[in-house]
Design a protein around this ligand. Sequence first.
Ligand code: MEV
Length: 423
Amino acid sequence: MTSRISGFYKLSPEERLDKIADKIDLNEEEKSILKGDSKFSIKQADRMIENVIGYLPIPLGIAANFKVNGRDVFVPMVTEEPSVIAAASNAAKLAYDSGGFMTSYSGSIMIGQIQVTDVQDPYGAMARVYENKQELINLCNQQDPKLVSLGGGIQDVHVRVVHTDTEKMMVIHLHVDTKDAMGANAVNTMAEAASPLIEKITKGKVILRILSNLADERITRVRAVFENPFQDDQEAIDKFYKASQLAIYDPYRAATHNKGIMNGISSVVLATGNDTRAVEAGAHVYASVSGQYQSLTRWEKGENNKIIGTLELPLAVGLVGGATQSHPVAKLATKMMGVQTAEQLAAVIASVGLAQNFAAIRALASEGIQKGHMKLHARNLAAMAGATEGEIDQVVEIAVKNQSFKFHEMEEIVKSLNTHGKG
Ligand code: MEV
């Protein structure tokens, strides 16, 4: 199976779906789920969150040209932002011939925190927690025999003393291997169950018992080589490199640079029903672990004008639990990617983040993003300016020809078509 389909963007949504369905064996029912024609009922929505009165459909598109760890993959992305999917697909094409994206994974360990206050002897209590570590581990693992049977469960306990304005607090970290689950529920259950024992050992008071989104023991790293993407144009290569450097040294730029990475990452996280806020919180705090908020990517010049990109971030995503299983489109998104483990899912997500960053810097360091962005946004603008379904293509054609993408210019074009039509 190849993820390269030439002219995919030129097809209608129905034709694109048929093509993808063909490639990855989707049946008629699955196609109708993706089209939004069936399966996600208001009853299901009402089971997911509270006070439901409806839902907000956001488009799902496919990024093409991705090869991740030697396997071609179509990537489902859910986003309201034009240009994101086109940019990811274009960048992935430039990395394809040099092998695509290669990843590694530090493991699926999530950290649960237990805050203990009012401890007489925090360092003595720390020692007592370590002395009783095995009892704690046994208690935590009893909460989730299923996870333990899959080879997961609590692996270790670490104790910290945090000096606050008022006292030296203890923070006990439970390091839990959550395997193919994101793991928030498993970890929070263990943290709550362990608290009475922690109070007994420390003689303190437990307040918070909750997962940390700084999932720094669940790191995904991705690397890709972009083959001479500037066709030996040294000035363009230099601009690309300098643009990427600013995001390492200037937090104002780093915030936007990382936002662009998250355009790709969050779109896939959302498509699979995973928790976008957890991943975003983790990514941004990881970007500041050095003490200064900085870029999550690094770009280096290779030989023969290759550009080598790397990205490293915590990716707490899973394939079981929450909306990943209960939302029919999320389930299909996972199936479309052919991923069997949380590690494989994280590999695809990180690859999209790296591709997205390459595309953004390349555009920003050359012609800027507005030209391409406005062209892709033009269909939306045309509809907002009053063009009917039958008029949209014509309005966009005129707008592209005249490079007039401002809203009032769109309105003028629509008006001129209507006047012409009536006349
Ligand atoms: C826009 O959504 C994302 C960019 O601003 C990212 C960047 O500046 O690198 C284009």
